[in-house]
Design a protein around this ligand. Structure first.
Ligand code: GRF
Length: 195
């Protein structure tokens, strides 16, 4: 049993997850980074942290199913039982949803169902809300629509701009995501003795 993190970009959540898993000695380790963007900065973080990473270029595959089958093949090599999405900018398709049903998690920088999709922080600023936040949820076939697991609120002050709000939200993400991932994965491990 292992965890794979799927990411497309910067990878600050990936790094925090790896750090927390090591500091806290998680029962289920993070064994692999999968990225759909070969030049993504998250790959350098994986190298520095000595986590194996596998990059895919989705456009080189015939279709989404073929791409996800290739990803699934690598996931099986690493005995991956949980997928943790951290800035993975792509919808999960039927291939991975069926293989990992109920064991795919995502983090989103808003209080869902408000502001799903791209640029949730920009959406919150444009809407002028006084409170936004962070949501961890199960992944289904929709865009940020799966069952909500945990949420934490972040206040938006008069003086906040994109940079300051992003900083506050990311600080909350880095605290919340490792806590929630560990809890779910370890609870599941204890209730599923065969795996
Ligand atoms: C986070 O804000 C997360 O909520 C969203 O994408 C961002 C990823 O940031 N899904 P990072 O790459 O982990 O720094």
């Amino acid at each position: 049993m292992t965890i794979a993190v799927l990411a497309s970009g910067n990878g600050s959540n990936f790094e925090r997850l790896v750090q927390a898993s090591r500091e806290e000695g998680w029962a289920v380790p993070i064994a692999l980074l999968v990225t759909d963007r070969p030049g993504a900065p998250v790959i350098e973080r994986a190298k520095r942290l000595r986590i194996p990473s596998q990059s895919f270029s989705p456009h080189t595959f015939a279709d989404k199913a073929t791409y996800e089958e290739a990803v699934f093949h690598v996931l099986q090599l690493y005995d991956v039982t949980w997928l943790v999405l951290a800035g993975y900018m792509r919808l999960i398709g039927p291939t991975l949803l069926e293989a990992y049903g109920g064991r795919i998690l995502n983090i989103h920088p808003s209080l869902l169902p408000a502001f799903p999709g791209l640029d949730a922080i920009g959406q919150a600023l444009a809407a002028g809300v006084k409170v936004t936040g962070v949501t961890v949820h199960h992944v289904d076939e929709g865009i940020d629509t799966g069952p909500i697991i945990a949420q934490r609120a972040v206040e938006v002050n008069e003086t906040d701009d994109r940079a300051s709000l992003t900083e506050k939200i990311q600080a909350v993400e880095h605290d919340l995501y490792p806590t929630v991932v560990r809890k779910l994965v370890e609870e599941h491990k204890h209730t599923h003795h065969t795996s």
